[in-house]
Design a protein around this ligand. Structure first.
Ligand code: SF4
Length: 357
């Protein structure tokens, strides 16, 4: 019999999907999977335990281990970086359009200043890098090796970013790929070996974004795997109604001002979400500040910012490190003026779904 595997984020949509699966299939034929990025709020783990008990469906937690890759990278920095850093890197134009836009037009001519970011339409200039002097190169290698010598931290998100020497961005969202998509796919393949075929149920709704609206409700990807999006046409209200119908509480984070449940914070967090997190969960930004220091130490440029840096996407602005981003989140008028009404700490209902009681 086809096994039903429900992807779980501990958010409202995946919970509604899991509840729907329990209505349509025997419990012994359902399981759920949660990919732990290591950048989660503690309430996420608490909610998963509650949900597992309440629904009586096992939730498998997948947490990536990058130890092998870490030591491979250590060797690469030690053996290859000394020569690489002493050579200049030419700049180049990169096509950076959404996936559904095919490449058109000519590659633009090189910009006047090849060492800074530029953008022409969907063409993005990846700046050239000057070669380093012997002293500078030795310093970068020694500093980076000092981070790697300590061994992996055991936090998947942080280890991945240290290995990459940078944080993900909208155009290079490797966090999703390595911490969620890859482990979930590998796990689904394991279940196919065991059960013969698997339906991967995903709590994706069309009204969340244009990209999600374009997804099919059912996709046979072959090899015994079918992707099913059974709440694709549901509204947020229908999702919460499904919780009520089964007597299941939504994740508490919704009633604490969070519009979505996922990484805390997500690299794609908007201005309001950054402000909300900084007021309610400042310890998460303290952690990100420390991560910026560590990833910066392991980067060639000795600088890494968690939120998109200038040039990383169409709307990117000069935001800088996490403390500057928090300051920006407190401003109005295009980010120039501190708006003291945005600093008001009164516990007004900030939930996008009106869940505060
Ligand atoms: S895109 Fe956001 S939520 Fe997804 S893995 Fe990256 S940081 Fe986490």
């Amino acid at each position: 019999m086809t096994h039903i595997l429900v992807s779980n984020s501990s958010g409202k949509d995946s919970t509604a999907t899991l509840l729907l699966a329990t209505e349509l299939h025997p419990l012994e034929n359902i399981s759920s999977v949660f990919c732990d990025t290591g950048n989660e709020h503690p309430l996420v783990y608490e909610y998963l335990r509650y949900l597992e008990d309440a629904v009586r469906v096992p939730i498998k937690v997948l947490r990536q281990d990058f130890t092998d890759w870490w030591w491979h990278r250590h060797g690469y920095v030690r053996d290859k970086w000394p020569a690489k850093l002493r050579k200049p890197v030419p700049g180049k134009w990169v096509w950076s359009a959404p996936k559904n836009v095919t490449q058109f037009g000519h590659v633009p001519a090189d910009p006047f200043n090849i060492y800074t970011s530029h953008r022409i339409g969907y063409w993005k200039w990846k700046p050239a890098q000057r070669e380093l002097s012997d002293m500078e190169a030795d310093d970068v290698v020694a500093r980076t090796l000092a981070v790697f010598d300590k061994g992996p931290t055991g936090n998947p998100y942080l280890d991945l970013c240290i290995i990459k020497g940078r944080f993900p961005s909208r155009t290079r969202q490797f966090c999703t790929e390595f911490l969620k998509t890859k482990p979930a796919t590998e796990y689904a393949l394991e279940l196919i070996e065991k059960h013969g075929s698997v339906e991967s149920w995903q709590g994706v709704r069309a009204d969340e974004s244009r990209n999600r609206a374009n997804l099919a409700e059912r996709e046979d990807v072959g090899g015994g795997l079918v992707i099913v999006r059974p709440i694709h046409k549901w509204t947020a209200e229908m999702v919460f109604e499904q919780h009520r119908k089964h007597g299941i509480k939504p994740n508490l984070l919704y009633s604490m001002g969070m519009g979505r449940v996922g990484c805390m914070p997500c690299i794609n967090a908007g201005k309001d979400e950054v402000l909300e997190i900084s007021k309610r969960f400042p310890e998460h930004f303290d952690r990100i500040e420390e991560w910026e220091r560590l990833v910066g130490e392991a980067s060639k440029r000795r600088n890494a910012t968690f939120f998109p840096a200038p040039g990383d996407n169409d709307t990117a602005m000069e935001r800088g490190n996490v403390r500057q981003v928090i300051k920006w989140s407190q401003t109005s008028r295009g980010g120039k003026q501190v708006d003291f009404t945005r600093l008001d700490d009164s516990p007004a209902c900030a939930s996008s779904y009106g869940l505060c009681e």
